[in-house]
Ligand binder design. Structure first.
Ligand code: PLP
Length: 494
């Protein structure tokens, strides 16, 4: 570790103020714990409350950092090989909103994978850009979406040479990584930016067994969920930025626009500490996580009725490499759905997975896990596979996707347009004011601003009929749908 990485400027500054002996006649109202309720004291240590301050000269301004926040952000940028890092206290959602709003303007075209997280839809509402959706590859055996292929991106660029940027989700929730280096070369050759939702990749730089991190692949910006896979507190993320094609001052201004003027220093400090922890021992911790995960994977694949794909399954369209610390365990051969398996594992074996879909349960092995957790998980899965096999297997739905409907309004126009609720079939020919997504594969069938067609309605009805979980609409029973009121001005979005 480089010597200068051994520091933690934010906790140092907070400790310096708390230890200065100044009597608090300032915010926050609990006054460094003096007036804190016992329930709050129980949850946050006395030292934590003493340091829960924000506007003192020892500290800094998140909107225009020049002291401890700047130092901490610079250390993070250095560790991740980026020109700049911005600390975020509104999760990766905040990082993604900042990313899109700082480089896109109303009316700009942006290429977006159809399986993008809803924070990207929120960013499009904020910046007013026109999305051109690209369908990612669907792996029918796994029932999940993979990444984007260079062919699909090439075709989108040919149809929309005016696009300003490509948004990529890298890796996916399930750890699947597309060929990001090739995508970077492709979009840069067309003068576009590569903006990466790397929510599931803050740990990638710390093991060579993992896919290369987005910045190393050539991304211009990458939004990292430090809280999801490393040791910072929930709600904290980082936005990494390269200067070659992005105006850092614009990013700073946008980050300041979207963040609170009273950021919580415990949250900020947790980002600094997570960076310190990775600088100190990231490579040892991630090497262990990879080893544990690969051991569990091997054991699971020897269990009758379970399957956990690994690196050998990569090399398919949209799937160049795998974050092996994600264990997607397919349970359908037991005749169970992922949701049923999740319930059994939670209540019979006291294990909580990260998520379940129709076919799979996903387990995350992180830098926190040891042999103990690995062997408990392995043992529980072994018992589960032995004891829970349905004699007559369920007929599981086949995952399919209709073509993306025509975009009649940008997400921003649809967001601000007056809307009304109509019966589901009366929605045909109208413009959707809400999103409809089925799990699996978690790709919106309909997005705000798109024309509802008879085909889309038919597809939605058949997905609902086979029992897939619907998310997004106000009425999840799909009796009604929110549409844009008639008479609104539509500008063709693509
Ligand atoms: C791919 C992806 N992007 C962005 C986000 C948003 O992250 P956060 O919850 O930190 O706002 C998530 C959250 O699950 C995600 O899975």
């Amino acid at each position: 570790m480089k010597d200068y990485q051994k520091r933690a400027p934010l906790p140092e500054a907070m400790k310096a103020y708390a230890g200065s002996g100044a009597l608090a006649f300032h915010t926050p109202g609990h006054k460094q714990g003096l007036g804190a309720h016992p329930l709050l004291k129980e949850r946050i240590t006395p030292e934590g409350l003493r340091e829960e301050v924000s506007l003192m000269t020892e500290l800094d301004d998140l909107g225009h950092p020049s002291m401890c926040i700047k130092e901490a952000q610079d250390l993070a940028a250095d560790l991740y090989g980026a020109d700049a890092a911005y600390f975020m206290i509104n999760g990766t959602t905040g990082a993604i909103h900042t990313m899109l709003l700082s480089v896109l303007q109303p009316g700009d075209t942006v290429l977006v994978p159809r399986n993008a997280h809803r924070s990207i839809m929120g960013g499009l509402v904020l910046c007013g850009a026109r999305p051109v959706y690209i369908q990612p590859e669907i792996d029918v055996r796994l029932g999940i979406a993979m990444g984007l292929t260079t062919d699909a991106v090439q075709a989108a660029i040919a149809a929309h040479p005016e696009a300003k940027a490509l948004v990529a989700v890298y890796p996916t929730y399930y750890g699947v990584a597309s060929d990001l280096k090739a995508l970077a070369a492709l979009v840069h050759a067309h003068n576009m930016l590569l903006l990466v939702d790397e929510a599931h990749g803050p740990h990638l730089p710390f093991s060579s067994a993992l896919p290369a991190e987005a910045i190393a692949c050539g991304a211009d910006m990458a939004a990292l969920s430090t809280h999801k896979l490393l040791g910072s507190l929930t709600q904290t993320s980082m936005l990494l930025v390269q200067s070659l094609r992005v105006d850092q001052e614009r990013v700073r201004q946008t980050a300041a626009l979207l963040a609170s003027t009273s950021p919580n220093y415990l949250l900020l400090a947790s980002l600094d500490i997570a960076r310190l922890q990775m600088a100190e021992s990231g490579s040892r911790l991630m090497t262990r996580a990879v080893r544990l995960a690969e051991g569990i994977r091997q054991a699971v694949n020897a269990m009758d009725g379970l399957w956990c794909f690994g690196s050998e399954y990569m090399g398919r369209p949209g799937a160049a490499a795998l974050d092996v610390t994600k264990l997607t365990v397919q349970v359908s051969a037991l005749g169970l759905t992922g949701a049923e398996a999740e319930h059994i594992l939670r209540w019979q074996y006291r294990l909580q997975c990260e998520l379940a879909d129709a076919y799979n349960v996903l387990f995350i092995i992180s830098m926190a896990d040891t042999m103990r957790e690995a062997s408990i998980l392995e043992g529980a899965l072994r018992c589960f596979a032995r004891n829970y096999r349905r004699p007559v297997p369920l007929a599981l739905p086949t995952v399919s996707l209709p073509a993306a409907p025509e975009v009649r309004m940008t997400p921003r126009e649809a967001f601000f347009a007056p809307a009304e609720t109509v019966s589901f079939t009366a929605g045909i020919g109208r413009i959707a004011a809400e999103e409809i997504t089925f799990y699996p594969p978690g790709i919106p069938v309909l997005c705000p601003g798109e024309e509802i067609t008879a085909d889309t309605v038919q597809h939605i009805r058949s997905m609902a009929a086979v029992g897939l979980k619907v998310t997004g609409p106000q009425d999840t029973s799909l009796g009604t749908i929110r549409v844009v009121r008639k008479g609104q001005i539509c500008t063709r979005a693509n």
